[in-house]
Design a protein. Sequence first.
Length: 543
Amino acid sequence: MSEPNFPSPEELQKKLSDFMKTQFGNHVSVSTQVSAAPEEAGGPGSAVGTGDEVFEFRHLPRDIKAHLDRYVIRQDDAKRVLAIAVCDHYNNVNYMRKLEREDEKKARETEYTKQNVILLGPTGVGKTYLVKHIAELVGVPFVKADATKFSETGYVGGDVEDLVRELVQGANGDVEMAQYGIIYIDEVDKIASSASTMGRDVSGRGVQTALLKLMEETEVPLRAPNDIQGQLQAAMEFQRTGGKPKRQTINTRHVLFLVSGAFEKIRGVIERRVRQGTIGFAAPPDGQQGGEMLEHVTTADFVEYGLEPEFIGRLPVRVVCRELSVEDLFEILQRSEGSIVRQYERAFRAYGIEVFFEEAGLKRIAELAAVEKTGARGLLTVCERLLRSFKYELPGSGANRFTVDVGLIEDPEKRLAELLEQGQRALAEELAAVAREFAQRLASRHNLKVELTQGAIAKLVERAVAENIHMRDLCAEVFKDYEFGLKLAEGTTEPLILTEEAVGNPDRYLSEWLVKRYRADRRTGEEQMASKSVDLCGDSPAR
């Protein structure tokens, strides 16, 4: 059988363009490009980064917890559980990679149950922060997504397999590195299936089912089936190579999955189980509330809540994050390396303003944030509400520093008004100094004395602020003709006193001053000549 006659790249592009134009008119255009094969260009299918240099894990659980302590306050139990789970997972990765090089058959037969993790706890307690900084420490690609954006098929919402493809993007196209990444899915409690759902639940149970195969081991194609761009690239590779393009996939065997959710309503499930008389180790003591109650959650509670048994079974490690107290929030502001205090200091410093936070002020912010019931996110809510007007009003006002204390928090409008008044005075003094400096430079260049009255300075300051112009530029514009005019009066001993009138009409003021100087000098000259004549006449008889 003869080889098929493939079209040239130009012909293929023309055929695709004609097809798109027929289907969609001029709303869609096609641009194709022939590039080197991934194996040649070091792309996803290449062997770049294979071997020991790709990834090596050598951390201890205490190392991971110490790193997390720098960013996340409290949650000590959650840190320990996560540290152990991550170490076990990546130590197994190290073992399996070594075994694959020594005995590939034995490596395939070796079983290991991944310690995928589910985190429970109210919003703003640091669940995302914990996972993010673990990924940074370990040095693997990290992908975060909300479970609510996915659907079972990918047509209504996103496709869950896109998470794995994003790992490749996070690894700059290195598939070898991407297969050791971490995928974090938040809001997983929102995909719990409801008993009242009629028909197929594609955004709840369907998404859980779709995630099952990813959390175990599967091959995910690097090109999505409904990705038009990927299909066009595959067609171009097919045309270029003259054969079927190599299927490129990423294996999820060593990808660690962590999911989280607030699971607020699951407390009711646990309480019902307690009231029904459940006894044994699964029953929490009476009187426990909130996070303490969540610590006694069981697989049966998750199933009753709406998670599939197979899905929750793939998440053997359960981590409960406690609600943050006022003291915890205060410590976050003071000690955490990711504290929003540093964020606000940088924000104001960009405007040339230094902000200082007193300890009592931080404590009051923590108290107000606790009322918000959104964990550490409440700190940003409170600070933004308090300091929003300061960010808007203070830049350019002349104020260059202020302190966030209890007084500012209790009455921010009063403190802002005081700062603006102080800033206006400081700005006026600064602008006045620049105006006096301009007058001194003008005087030194023309060997005469130039002075600005207080009224003239006040008028210049008023104009500089109103027109938002630098004082030096304003003076140069107002007195631009004085450089030439004052040459006519160089050396005079009579000072040039610039008043408000000089600022309002500088040319006429200069002209009148020069005329007066000329007349004064002329009178002086005539008087001197007359005096000399009298002296000469008086001396004649003596001779």
